[in-house]
Design a binder for this molecule. Structure first.
Ligand code: SF4
Length: 279
């Protein structure tokens, strides 16, 4: 589950990840272009009915199924059918998406999902228009909708790209907006960019840039801000918002220590930790 990344949704549990090809976004920096830009149906080599997905997950001792890799919104009907089959089989459902879908479909789509990691790719209209060929406002509307009107657990990811979306003022505006619109408990994952697709002209994100971005988001009031795609156990562990003790110690995708009880409370001070947790 940490790999999605979802750090506050049943940490350490096993999830079967499913993806396809195609995307409704045009990110110049796409990290999955071999899938998102590929319309070759020969890639779709496996038959995967919704029931078969659930069966495969159960056979592999998975607790959840994730719809991910490319953009699940472009095969939303299938994702919802598969999610409902998974729920009927007792499995949890997870989606990793850019959140760019029509308003009237949001309730239907996210109503079938137990958790979502949504990309908030930057925080300016100009960036969304120039680098993604999309608009920021519909993504903000999706995030508000999930946070306020569904039971779907929400986490956010921002890929920090040198010179494109790492401006400190813009990051501060983004942090302030998340706190005000979604609440300070929404986990934010700040991930390092690797040169890819049409953005091989840019360098990888220096770890210091990520650390600085994390500090800005924390300064805005966000309680759970994580780094990604870098070696940083301290920036990838979960801390109690009250006593600041480490309640989930991570090393990469592995959990080394776990101090959250069956009621989602910190075992050191009893404070509730936002999320969905197993004992
Ligand atoms: S939304 Fe994701 S998969 Fe689609 S183009 Fe952008 S980075 Fe690639």
């Amino acid at each position: 589950m940490e790999k999605k990344p979802l750090y506050h949704f049943h940490p350490g549990s096993t999830v079967l990840s499913f993806g396809s090809v195609g995307c409704n976004m045009g990110c110049s920096f796409c990290q999955n272009a071999h899938l998102s830009k590929n319309g070759d149906p020969r890639l779709l080599v496996l038959e995967a009915s919704p029931g078969k997905i659930a069966e495969l997950a159960l056979n592999r001792n998975c607790r959840a199924v994730a719809f991910t890799y490319n953009e699940p919104v472009v095969w939303a009907e299938y994702a919802v059918d598969a999610a409902l089959a998974c729920r009927a089989a007792g499995l949890r459902t997870v989606v990793v998406s850019s959140g760019y879908l029509a308003e009237k479909k949001r309730a239907w789509f996210f109503g079938a999902m137990d958790a979502a990691n949504i990309d908030l790719k930057g925080f300016s209209d100009a960036f969304y228009e120039k680098e993604i060929d999309a608009r920021l406002e519909p993504v903000k509307e999706t995030l508000r909708f999930i946070a306020r009107e569904t039971d779907c657990w929400l986490e956010l990811t921002t890929l920090i790209i040198p010179t494109l979306n790492d401006d400190p003022d813009t990051l501060r505006k983004m942090g302030d907006w998340i706190v005000a619109a979604l609440g300070p408990e929404v986990p934010l994952h700040l991930s390092a960019f690797r040169p890819a697709h049409r953005r091989t002209d840019l360098p990888p994100t220096p770890p210091e840039t990520l650390f600085h971005a994390r500090a800005i988001a924390q300064d805005c009031g966000l309680r759970h801000v994580y780094t990604g795609n870098v070696a940083d156990p301290a920036g990838q562990s979960t801390y109690c918002p009250q006593c600041r003790q480490c309640v989930v110690l991570r090393d990469g995708y592995r959990i080394e220590e776990y101090h959250i009880d069956e009621e989602s409370c910190c075992r050191f001070c009893g404070q509730t930790v936002a999320g969905r947790f197993d004992e």
